[in-house]
Write a protein that binds this ligand. Structure first.
Ligand SMILES: [Mn+2]
Length: 424
């Protein structure tokens, strides 16, 4: 961990300015009938899960340029995730990917305790071959033509659930790369039937208090067709499987210009929104940092979530899922967690009564201005004050850079290889 002194030094330099900004924003929001302390308390209670695979440098199909002090194993990853939570106070949980993060559950639990973290949804990996899996996933996993490969993939998912139960997780996220690269390569109907059969076998092994999230993705690694390619197919899966099956929306897994907030609204309306993988994209599944390209879209997603906030049992999982190619992953993940918090805070201050009135009166201009007014409000002092009050950093990136953490771990962690493909 970074020393408390180091964080306090960093905060001392910024605290007076923050208090002045917070008070000024408080007065401004008060004139709008908004209690800044109530917003701050909600923001302080908010958390987004960090993906264990996010703390390493990602890469593309072409190359990977590793940074220094990259985590060597899941325990190093948890150390890095612990730093992200220490400085932002916004990422209390970690989502593991198995077998990448397979380890002794007692050791995982002990490390989580040491780093102040808990475990969010488990992720199963059947999109690449593993030493412990004798059969290849080259032509798919849950929808493979060979029943033995499908069985191997199902058993892996059941193993991941079992591991998750031992470390306090309550959900399994399944994403498969199954699809085809040529028209005619696969019978699309038969392939989806095979997928559904396998998914039913996984669902039947799901503990009563667990949820199953299926994640759709338009393309890649299959470039002609993908078996779970969009939210419609994803909804069909969740509906076929049962009440504990829900759809996970990864913001990067849609065609450009798709109205993602509308997909979110539909899934909420029919009780099938499981959660999110937050990231951003420009062209495809670019896995860019959350809100790096389109913060307004992220806000509009949160606007839908706030609209449904009072729905009984509504509790979607919030996770980051992005690939870091040019930045220090810790800095990117801290910034992204804060961007998610920002969108949440902005959605909290939307004047919903006014919005409903304008919608009812078909006053399109004033309705959209109502959203813009919330989006344009600089809520940074609310986020920073929430961090300060919980002992995190007013400016997490500045505190991180001042701490020398990366240089320190680089001494213990040998440089990783630069070759190999990227991360999904
Ligand atoms: Mn994802």
């Amino acid at each position: 961990m970074i020393s408390k002194d180091s964080v306090e030094r960093s905060n001392a330099a910024a605290e007076a300015t923050l208090r002045a900004d917070y008070d000024a924003l408080g007065e401004h929001l008060d004139r709008r009938g908004i209690d800044i302390a109530a917003v701050k308390d909600k923001v302080a209670a908010y958390g987004v899960a960090v993906p264990s695979w996010g703390v390493g440098t990602g890469g593309t199909r072409f190359a990977r340029f590793p940074g220094t002090g990259e985590p060597r194993d899941v325990f190093d990853k948890l150390d890095d995730c612990g730093i992200i939570h220490q400085l932002t106070g916004a990422t209390p949980s970690v989502s593991l990917h198995v077998p990448w993060d397979d380890a002794d559950p007692a050791a995982l639990t002990a490390k989580a305790e040491e780093t102040g973290l808990r475990f969010d949804a488990m992720n199963s990996n059947t999109f690449q071959d593993h030493e412990s899996h004798p059969l290849s996933y080259k032509y798919g996993s849950l929808s493979h033509t060979d029943a033995a490969v499908r069985q191997q993939a199902v058993e892996h998912n059941l193993y991941v659930i079992e591991l998750g139960q031992k470390i306090g997780s309550k959900a399994l996220t399944v994403w498969v790369g199954d699809g085809s690269n040529f028209p005619g390569q696969t019978n699309m109907t038969r392939q989806f039937e095979r997928y559904l059969d396998s998914a039913r076998s996984i669902y039947s092994g799901l503990p009563e208090d667990w949820r199953l999230f299926t994640e759709h993705k338009m393309f890649e690694p299959a470039f002609y067709s993908t078996v779970v390619q969009d939210w419609g197919t994803n909804y069909l899966i969740a509906k076929e499987l049962g009440d504990r099956a829900h759809c996970l929306v990864d913001l990067g897994h849609h065609a450009p210009n798709v109205n993602i907030e509308m997909i979110v609204a539909r899934l909420i309306q029919f009780g099938k929104l499981g959660g999110f993988h937050f990231n951003d994209s420009k062209y495809g599944d670019d896995d860019l940092d959350t809100a790096a390209i389109d913060p307004y879209r992220l806000f509009l997603v949160f606007n839908e979530l706030m609209d449904a906030a009072d729905t009984p049992g509504f509790d979607p999982a919030h996770m980051l899922d992005q690939s870091h190619n040019v930045n220090d992953p810790i800095e990117s993940l801290m910034s992204s967690a804060m961007e998610v918090q920002r969108a949440y805070a902005q959605a909290l201050i939307v004047d919903r009564t006014a919005l409903e009135g304008f919608q009812q009166d078909n006053d399109a201009l004033m309705a959209t201005t109502t959203l813009k007014r919330a989006f344009r409000t600089d809520v940074e002092p609310i986020l920073a004050m929430a961090r300060l009050e919980k002992g995190a950093a007013i400016d997490p990136v500045a505190a991180y850079r001042a701490s020398g953490y990366r240089a320190r771990v680089a001494e213990e962690r040998p440089a990783s290889a630069g070759g190999g493909g990227g991360i999904v």
